[in-house]
Design a protein around this ligand. Structure first.
Ligand code: TYD
Length: 204
């Protein structure tokens, strides 16, 4: 049986990671791999309900409450979707994961990063991605891609997104083995080529 792989896709809103995730899924399936797609927030079932609150609730949400909702969804995603698939030798592609909490709630909202790391470890039961791709794009491009229809998180403003972006770049410096930065200002095809080059080093 093939060895399971857990790959996470990260980056600021509008970075193009979801497009690349779907392209990679097609590539892997065409090459005989079994792939499971999931996302945070909102893999499936209960996760979808948590996602609905996180993105559309229009009352006041405290920063800490927001963090815990993302973490609750993460625990569910790991237990119900990610771990079972990895055990069956599948490749799991996950749209956002622990680094989103560090980048958005830590660097973006200013919550204590050590605490977020501790809580992330609790939520994932210490499961770590085998590989994380950070799709890096300047704020002007990402805002343009997001457009005018913004959800609750996307309405946080330019300074916030600059902090998020820099947070991701900082994380990549701290964990260069796991986290690879992909220049996402390039065309979809060029970015895909870069992604495949990285992925091929992890396939068996
Ligand atoms: P989504 O519509 O999935 O955005 P994208 O397509 O950019 O991934 O919305 C997820 C939003 O939630 C996004 O703005 C990032 C944010 N988020 C956090 O702030 N913390 C987290 O831990 C996670 C998983 C997401």
């Amino acid at each position: 049986m093939k060895k399971g792989l857990f790959i996470t896709f990260e980056g600021a809103d509008g970075c193009g990671k979801t497009t690349q995730l779907n392209l990679l899924k097609d590539y892997l399936e065409n090459n005989g791999y079994e792939v499971v797609l999931t996302r945070e927030p909102g893999g499936k079932g209960l996760g979808e309900k948590v996602r609905e609150i996180l993105l559309n609730y229009d009352g006041e949400v405290s920063n800490r409450c927001e963090s815990f909702l993302f973490l609750a969804d993460r625990a569910q995603n790991i237990d119900i979707i990610v771990n079972p698939a990895i055990e069956q030798g599948k490749i799991v592609l996950c749209d956002r994961h622990t680094d989103s909490s560090v980048a958005y709630q830590g660097y973006g909202r200013g919550l204590d990063i050590n605490q977020i790391n501790t809580l992330n470890n609790l939520a994932t039961n210490n499961k770590k991605p085998d590989l994380t791709l950070v799709f890096d794009v300047d704020i002007e491009t990402s805002m343009q891609r997001v457009g005018n229809e913004k959800d609750r998180m996307e309405s946080a403003g330019k300074d916030f997104f600059n902090r998020v972006r820099n947070g991701y770049l900082e994380l990549a410096k701290q964990e260069p083995e796991r986290i690879k930065v992909v220049d996402s200002t390039k065309s979809i095809q060029e970015v895909q080529k870069d992604v495949l080059e990285i992925i091929k080093t992890k396939l068996n």
